[in-house]
Design a protein around this ligand. Structure first.
Ligand SMILES: [Ca+2]
Length: 361
């Protein structure tokens, strides 16, 4: 998703796109450039008309004066025929919306609570059962101006033969993609992560990726593997987050591992070999570099704050479970969950606390 930028030309283009209902091109027009020229000519006429209209001038003026800004939409897309409702989280500034409206009549905005300060807006949507696939444009009005965002709604892929789950007969092979096989050296050190790739450093990225797994499917199949469990693939933010657990974006594939298409290609190739892919997600915490950590969408988004939060190991650092002298814990903190003698606060430190000292959960 990219937020539409204000400007002398984009402002008019946004006004135009919002004014039309989103529909897919008829199949008869999709691969025929000559036939496509008709709606394109209509576009030109309408843009020219809107240039001359007072409404267009007003929209352009609103755009240039607006300080309302959307920098991210999560999730960035959804599917029709999947869930009746969807909650979007918009990030940005001045997002204390007075109204949000989408240009699909079957996509209804239910409520739009904003965070204090206006850096986040929750948009609750009801997706009508008769909604067709396409990209909807939603407009947001706020005291400081107006802006818009797009929401692609895709058709669901056929589910027959998929989503089978696991059984006792499965042979699961756990892979940490960065450490398995390097199938694409061009992604070893993405431009946005300089210095992150160094085979001489144990905690740096070492070059493994999704394509490396794909080109070794025959090897894995020969081992008798029926299921691949990949550690989290989502985008991480630090040079030593190769494990994948410190997400900065829960909807993007980490660039060290490849692209979303690389993942889709891997899944398709694995299914062709009758090998399942087990998707590993970590929903209960994010990485310390996630923007939420310093600016959470809600006061209770995390247990505590970056500076003040419970630490799973904190009760173990004394002499009770831990080593004498206040050193790091010698025992697994999970023991407290099953230990009938462990006090309630010790269990809470585990269930509500972070595994590390630098980030809330
Ligand atoms: Ca690589």
């Amino acid at each position: 998703m990219q937020n539409r930028k204000c400007g002398p030309h984009t402002g008019i283009r946004r006004f135009f796109s919002y004014a039309l209902a989103v529909t897919n091109l008829p199949a008869s027009l999709q691969n025929n450039p000559q036939k496509r020229s008709l709606p394109r000519s209509i576009f030109v006429v309408l843009v020219c008309l809107s240039c001359r209209s007072g409404a267009a001038r007003k929209a352009a003026a609103e755009c240039s004066a607006s300080t309302v800004k959307i920098t991210k939409v999560e999730p960035p897309n959804w599917w029709v025929g999947f869930t009746p409702e969807l909650m979007l989280l918009l990030s940005g500034q001045e997002l204390e919306a007075t109204k949000v409206s989408c240009n699909l009549p079957t996509l209804r905005v239910l409520r739009t609570p904003a965070s204090a300060g206006g850096n986040y807006l929750f948009v609750w949507l009801r997706i009508g059962a008769d909604t067709k696939p396409g990209t909807s444009v939603c407009r947001l009005w706020a005291p400081q101006g107006t802006t818009s965002f797009e929401l692609p709604l895709s058709p669901r892929a056929p589910t027959l033969g998929k989503f089978q789950g696991l059984s006792p007969d499965d042979v699961i092979y756990l892979i940490m993609p960065d450490r398995f096989a390097n199938g694409d050296p061009t992604n070893d050190q993405p431009a946005e992560a300089p210095g992150s790739h160094d085979r001489s450093k144990p905690r740096a990225y070492h070059g493994g990726d999704l394509h490396g797994i794909q080109i070794h499917l025959a090897y894995l199949k020969e081992l008798g593997v029926t299921t691949l469990w990949l550690t989290p693939l989502v985008k991480n933010g630090a040079a030593q987050d190769y494990r994948g657990s410190d997400a900065v974006d829960l909807y993007a594939v980490d660039p060290h591992l490849g692209s979303l298409k690389d993942y889709q290609d891997l899944v398709a190739a694995a299914h062709k070999e009758k090998v399942k892919i087990f998707f590993d997600a970590v929903p209960n915490y994010v990485g310390p570099l996630n923007p939420w950590v310093t600016n959470p969408p809600l006061p209770d988004w995390f247990h505590g704050t970056k500076q003040h939060h419970l630490d799973s190991f904190s009760p173990l650092k004394g002499t009770f479970y831990g080593k004498p002298g206040g050193q790091a814990a010698a025992n697994d903190p999970f023991e407290s969950l099953v230990d009938p003698h462990a006090p309630a606060w010790m269990k809470q430190n585990l269930t509500d606390g972070g595994f590390s000292e630098f980030c809330p959960t």
